[in-house]
Write a protein that binds this ligand. Sequence first.
Ligand SMILES: Cc1ncc(COP(=O)(O)O)c(C=O)c1O
Length: 399
Amino acid sequence: MPEANEPGSNQEFYRIQKLPPYVFAVINEMKAKARAAQQDVIDLGMGNPDGATPRIIVNKMIEAARNPRNHRYSQSKGIPRLREEIVKRYKDYYDVDLDPNSEAIVTIGAKDALAHLLFAVVGPDDAVVSPNPAYPIHQYGVIMAEGHACLLPMASPADFLERLKHLYKTSSRKPKLILISFPHNPTTMSVDLDFFREIVELAREHGSMIVHDFAYADLCFDGYKAPSILQVPGAKDVAVEIYSMSKSFNMAGWRIGFCLGNRKMIGALARIKSYLDYGVFQPLQIAAIIALRECAEDTKKICEVYRKRRDVLVTGLNRAGWPVESPRGSMFLWAAVPEPYRAGGCLEFSKLLMEKALVAVSPGIGFGPLGEGHVRFALVENEQRIRQATKSIKEFLKG
Ligand SMILES: Cc1ncc(COP(=O)(O)O)c(C=O)c1O
C-alpha cells in the first residue's frame, strides 16, 4: 500500500480524498473470511435483490441482442419507445402527464441519475438538504459536486418537514435543492401525498428544487401504495422523480432507471450525460419496454416475496427479545441496536452479529453520521434462512 502523499495514495486526488472508504467494507471483509473458513454466513447486508429477472424480459433481451442494429451506440437520453413507455406508466399508475421528449430521460440506474443530476445542477457551496441516514450517494453526490450537504435528522417524515421549515426560517443559506426518497432506505419510512404537497409548496415558495428518489416505488405492503411526488399539481415546476427498474423487476444488474419531471433539470442531466455516455445497451432498453408493459404481475410477486420475508424477520426478532416494527415499504428492516450493546456503537454490534451469529447486516453509521444506533437488515435471503438467522441471533442475545 502506498503511503499518504506518495504517488498512488488516495490523498493526492482532490475528489477522492473527500470519499471515505465504505464502512460496509469492514463487514464484507469479515464475511469473506468466514466464508473462506467454510462458515455459512446469512447475508442480510447489501440490498442486492436475489431473485431472477422475469423470463419474458430476459428472452426479449436475447432476441434483441441477436440483431446487429442494436450493437451500435444507443442514445444517451434513452430510446424514444422506452421513454414513451415510462410516461405511459406514470399516466396509468399516477395519472401524471409527462412529455417523453423533454420530461423523461433514461439513465444507467437511479445511481447514475442521482450522481450526474447533482453534478449538473449543484454548484460550489450550494446547500442540498436531505434526511440522514440515507443512501450514501445522497450525501456524497453533493460532496462530489462541491455542494454543501446539509443533513437533517428524520425521527419521522413530519419531523423532517418541521426541521426543513425551521431551516428556511433561520438559515442564511437557502437550500438550493431538497433530496428525498420514500419508501426510505435505510429507515423504511414512507409518506402519503400530503407530505409531498407540503414539501412542493415549501420548495415553490423558496425557489428550491426537489429530487425524489423513488427506487422502492413498487415495494409496498399491506395495501399501502407509495405516492409519486409528481402527483402533486405543479410539482413539475420544481421537482424531478427518479424511478428504477432494479427492485421492481429484479433488474439490479441491468442498470436502467429514469429521471422524470422538471424539464430544466432533465435538460441539464441530458446535457451532462451527452458528454459522459452513449446510453444503456439497446437490447436492455428494448427488454425494459417489455418489463414496463407486461410485467405488473411479476412486480406483485416480487413484492409478496419481500412481504413474507419481512414477516418472518419481524416475528423472529421480536421472539428473540429484540423489539422491531413492521415497515410498510422498501426491502429492509431498520432496527435499533439492543440496549446492552448501544454504547459500543452499531459497527461493533454488527461485527458481533457476524462473529457470534454468522449474520451479516449493515451498520447504520454506513448511511451517514445520523445512522448510529441502528442496523439495517436487507430481505435478500429466503424465508428459511431468515428464520435461521433470527434463531442464531436469539442464541447470541441470550448470551
Ligand atoms: C434509495 C436508493 N436509490 C437508488 C438506489 C440504486 O438504484 P439503481 O440500481 O437504479 O442505481 C438504491 C439501491 O440500493 C437505493 O437504495
